[in-house]
Design a protein around this ligand. Sequence first.
Ligand SMILES: [Fe+2]
Ligand SMILES: [Fe+2]
Length: 479
Amino acid sequence: MAQQVKILKKLLVKGFNVSPEALEILSSLDEGRLDHVFELISKVDKAVIEPQDLLPLLKKETRPQIERKPYEIPTRVDDIVVLKAPRELGVKGTVDEFINIIRDRFEFLKSILIRKSSVDPIPIADLKASTRRNGDNILIIGMVMEKRVFRDFSIRMSLDDETGSIPVIFKKGSRYWDRADKVPIDSVLAVKGTFINGRIYAESFRVPDLDGNLVKPGSAEGKAVLISDTHMGSRYFNEKSFNMFIKWLNSDLASDVSYLIICGDLVDGVGVYPNQEDELRIADVYKQFNLAASFLERIPKDIKILYIPGNHEPVRQAEPQPVIPSEYLDELLEVRPDLVSLPNPSMIGIGDVKILLYHGRSLNAIFKHIPGLQPIRPETVVEAMIWMLRLRHLAPIYGEHPLSPEEKDWLLIDDIPHILHTGHIHVYGVGKYKGVNLVNSGTFENETPYIKSLGIEVTVGKVPVVNLKNLEIEIKNFA
Ligand SMILES: [Fe+2]
Ligand SMILES: [Fe+2]
């Protein structure tokens, strides 16, 4: 504690504040390394120092900087086409940027709902300005800004469009009550109902959803193996299971495997949550990437590897997340120069099969806010992913993890994939919804005290393998 206060004071004198996670990393350093970090810290161009700001400083001490060409996100690699990948990310964090991104999201979801409606929606301001409409049956489209359940179990939502805000009531016992109960805040809905004294009494509603006939079957050669959440560097990384997996990839049994997709949390990172260092076997993120490289090196060269970051990677946490910085990626490229590194989320095409890759950090909020999804198990993981498709957004609920207000909302599900691949939750789940195959790829990390505290029963070493010809999915067990 005394050490932490000393560091804090020293940083304040230099004009910096520090996050609790970064402070923990600093206080774990010996005197010499700490002095070295303090020498370099003025180069940090931020008021609050976070773990990712420390990593380059720690690296400069132990490793010479290697000049390499910065990695560029490809548009095509052999038979893999990168259909969507957030590029040129970076915002000032102004209020206008946040307003723009919410507007972009609302406009897109509204256009889907208008397409599916038989009547035109009424702008909320027009409705509220006219008392003559009392008793009228109307349609509005709005974003759920607030939701409350009253003592009589009626649900009251506050719906906003670009013109105003209006309360919408779902009476208990009405046909749509059960569905309304599940709708989380920030959803965009089309509501039909009766307008009475400044409120709408809902009779039915619709979420943007998929049309069902939107997805034409896709087909490609070979098989794709979908994994995530290996957490290399963690004490709980199940090396034995992962070795079995690599052995299988090298066997005749996997001769038809052409692609390996890693959907984030390849390494465990440092300072991701309080006291994480107690769970680390390798506390240096570069060494974690070295370990990852030693495994990737053993994967047959004719298997193409694709990789997106998750919340444990040393890269910006706000989504969309850029690709892993070159200084870490180089560790992997050294052994696998053909590795395809992409941002989170990204969409790729193999043949005419579209695969949407998203690490899945928003699943926490979906499990928390949508009733009926607990406890987390393979079926509810699929149900949670279905909500992404119903709401047509990869992170449908704001405020639970950082989202960056880029020029457009990269997390909208506009182009419908054949496969949606997520991870993060450490429980595998495989299912299908209106023509879209859903895969959450479990983990290679045994249950950690942190995961246990969240009440999650992890599925270790269960690997979904997709036959790209018919999109049939088989679960291989390396536990
Ligand atoms: Fe993870
Ligand atoms: Fe994660």
